[in-house]
Every structure is written in structure tokens, then in C-alpha cells.
Design a protein around this ligand. Structure first.
Ligand SMILES: [Zn+2]
Length: 412
């Protein structure tokens, strides 16, 4: 979970899921952890300065923001790119946030109908985020900084714990997509009204510097959000008829890496689609990484990486679906220029909720001015569901270039 994401969102989602009937919880189970800790934060992390040292007063000036936006392809799931201005941006306050909730809910239902379970749940996370924003006193009351954050901050442990709705029976907001979207808007309107009513007194307390006292008035708003989110999730599960499409296991005979020839770029020319830069030292300003042309074709470059390293990685949504006992093989070409530190390539294995369960690495790559081939095979370890590729450089003043990555499944 990203530290800049407001923890109250995650706590509300957690409480909502806990209140769902067993059948709904079972349906959401493979993605429940990520819905709680990652996906419902997506719309707050959908900014193109992720991955850069942004000159934004709310962000520490000495730190790069990790590129979570590309790591999760958040712009695609939110259907809005703040750099290219493609898609539609929704303000995070009513009435727009109500429309955003219904729109993303509808996209999630349609994506599931097309067979994309994981994609659907990520989009649903965006819907959940906007639903929660509707019930924040700061959002419902249209309060700007500096009072905005104090008016929605719930950080006293007993207040956080009180964001729970045991005994609540989630309501079906509509039995078909269209009626459900109307139901979401109507139900959301009541959540907004509840938060608007509370906002006056919360504002007075925050203005008087009594933010701790104000939290006890914010908790009922957060509980109302949790009820709304529980209704939303329950409605999603019922419309889906609790039928979870199978996620296809990585097939044989093809390269499991998308855009392996690096010909397609993402929203900036320095980053190819299907890759992102994982900056391990967020304070380092020396290291560089980007897509460059070498011998007339594109290559992934890292230059002057800090000791902690800079990695090129494949994003989560493009991870290969694997299962125990499968063997996979990574092959790639590289070449170096100038003094090198430690470079290597790895296949990283994770559980369904992105917990790391195994890393298989090449030996350190010997410096070479000519293009060299390197590869490694790995057997999928216990508990792993996903495999990602990581091309890693650390220390050294020179450059390393990678190209022609190939990830294949070996045994039937
Ligand atoms: Zn928001």
C-alpha cells in the first residue's frame, strides 16, 4: 500500500467486505486483499508525476514518487490519463463522485461479463474509491485545504477500530445493470447528505484545533461509507451471479512478455508499454533509466544506478499466471558501456495477493561491449500464482542495455 494513499479508504473497504454474506466474500476472495489495500486507492494515485521528483507541495521535495501508476496500469483501470488527457476525469466530490461511482461500477460489471475477473475487480476498486469520497465530510462539504485533510483524518486507533459495521445486511441496489446504476446514485445521495450534515460541526472543531474530538463525528460518516460500499459490492456480486471466470494459465509456445520488441511506447517515449521503472532508492537523483535506440533498435537502458538499484519490471496486470511445478525460462540480451556495478536478471514469483514467494536470478552479468545472451530457468515455487520479470542494475557509473526479452513456459 502506498503511504500517500489515505488509510481511511482502506479501512472502510475492509469493513464493508467483512459485512458481506459468505457467498459474496467467497466470490471476491482471490482479489479481496488487493481490493482493500490497493485498488480502492487507485484514483488518488492516477497522476503522471508518479515516477518523478514532482514539484508538488504535498509531496516531499527530496523524494521520487514510486511509479505505482505504471506498476498497476492505473490510468487504464481509471479510464483517465492525466498526461495525455485521454478518457474522463471525475472530480472526487459530489455530485461528480456519484457519477464516477456509477460509471466505474458499470465498467467493472461489463469487464467481468467479458471474462476479465481481475481487471473487473481493479475497476471496481475505482468505483469503491469514489463511493467513499462521497461520504467524506471534507469532500461532501467541498472543503479546500488547509482544512480538507483534518476534516477526514481518522488516525486515533480506537476511532479506526470503530469504522466497522457488524450486523449490517447489505442491500441490493438494483437487479440489472441500469437499475443498479440508478440505485448507486440514489443511495450515494443519502451518503452525501449524511456527510454534509456532519461537516458543519466537524469544521468548527477542526478550525478550533480540536481535530481529535472531531474524529468521533467523522466515524459515523465512515461507517455510512462502509454500508454504501457493502451495498455496492453486494450488488456487483449478485449481478455477476457469483460466477468467477477462470484466469487462463500461461500458455505454451509463445513469449509471455507483452511488447517484447519494445516497439510500442507508453504515454511517454522513454517508457515502452508493458514495462515500468522500479526505483529502489527514491532519494537518488543520479541514476537514469529509459528507452533508448542502440544499433538502430530500441533497448531498455539503466545508467549510473545507485547501490540499491534501478530495475525494469513488467507491471502486475501483465504478470504471467503460473502454478506449482511449471517451469519457465527467461532469455534476454544485454550489453554494457563503461564501469559496471552489479547487474542481473530475475524471475520473481508472487502469491495472488502479491506477496513475494521466490526470486530466481542469473549470475551477475559480466561486462560486455558486445551484445550477449543470458538466460535462466525456474520452477514455480509453492504458493506462487504470478511471475514477473525484473532487469536489475546497481552501482557503477556506466550504462547497461537490455533487449529481446523472452519468457516461455517449458514443460506441459
Ligand atoms: Zn479521492
Amino acid at each position: 500500500m502506498h503511504p500517500l494513499s489515505n488509510p481511511t479508504h482502506h479501512r472502510i473497504t475492509q469493513s464493508a467486505i467483512a459485512a458481506l454474506p459468505g457467498e459474496d466474500r467467497e466470490f471476491l476472495a482471490p482479489e479481496a486483499d488487493l481490493l482493500i489495500w490497493t485498488y480502492c486507492g487507485f484514483p488518488d494515485m492516477n497522476w503522471h508525476w508518479y515516477g518523478t521528483f514532482a514539484e508538488d507541495p504535498s509531496i516531499p521535495f527530496d523524494r521520487r514518487l514510486p511509479d505505482i501508476r505504471r506498476e498497476w496500469e492505473i490510468s487504464r483501470y481509471c479510464a483517465w490519463n492525466s498526461l495525455t488527457r485521454e478518457g474522463r476525469w471525475y472530480p472526487h466530490w459530489p455530485p461528480d463522485a456519484l457519477e464516477a461511482t456509477a460509471d466505474h461500477f458499470s465498467r467493472a460489471v461489463k469487464t467481468l461479463a467479458e471474462g476479465g475477473y481481475h481487471d473487473a475487480l481493479r475497476i471496481l476498486g475505482a468505483a469503491v474509491h469514489y463511493a467513499e469520497d462521497c461520504g467524506s465530510p471534507a469532500h461532501a462539504g467541498h472543503i479546500d485545504p488547509p482544512l480538507h485533510l483534518p476534516m477526514e483524518r481518522i488516525d486515533r486507533p480506537e476511532m479506526e477500530a470503530a469504522i466497522a459495521i457488524p450486523g449490517y445486511t447489505p442491500r441490493l441496489l438494483g437487479s440489472a445493470l441500469e437499475t443498479a446504476c440508478d440505485g448507486i446514485r440514489e443511495r450515494g445521495q443519502k451518503v452525501v447528505a449524511f456527510a454534509e450534515t456532519a461537516a458543519g460541526k466537524i469544521r468548527e472543531l477542526c478550525e478550533a484545533g480540536e481535530q481529535h474530538e472531531a474524529q468521533s463525528l467523522m466515524v459515523p460518516c465512515a461507517q455510512e461509507c462502509a454500508r454504501y460500499v457493502a451495498d455496492l459490492l453486494h450488488t456487483f456480486c449478485v449481478l455477476a451471479e457469483h460466477a468467477r471466470p477462470e484466469t487462463p494459465i500461461a500458455p505454451h509456445g509463445c513469449n509471455l512478455i507483452a511488447n517484447a520488441d519494445l516497439s510500442e511506447s507508453d504515454d511517454v517515449p522513454q517508457v515502452p508499454r508493458g514495462w515500468y521503472i522500479h526505483w529502489n532508492d527514491l532519494r537518488d537523483r543520479n541514476g537514469r533509466a529509459g528507452l533508448v535506440a542502440s544499433d538502430h533498435s530500441p533497448a531498455l537502458m539503466v545508467e549510473s544506478p545507485p547501490e540499491q538499484g534501478i530495475h525494469w519490471r513488467t507491471p502486475w496486470p501483465r504478470a504471467a499466471r503460473v502454478r506449482l511445478g511449471m517451469r519457465i525460462h527467461l532469455a534476454i540480451r544485454y550489453r554494457t558501456e563503461g564501469p559496471q556495478g552489479s547487474n542481473r536478471c530475475s524471475i520473481r514469483f508472487y502469491t495472488g495477493n502479491t506477496t513475494l514467494v521466490g526470486i530466481f536470478c542469473t549470475d551477475l552479468l559480466p561486462p560486455s561491449e558486445e551484445w550477449c545472451d543470458v538466460g535462466l530457468s525456474a520452477e514455480v515455487p509453492e504458493g506462487a500464482s504470478w511471475a514477473r520479470v525484473s532487469l536489475e542494475a546497481s552501482g557503477g557509473e556506466g550504462r547497461i542495455l537490455f533487449r529481446d526479452p523472452r519468457l516461455v513456459r517449458l514443460n506441459p
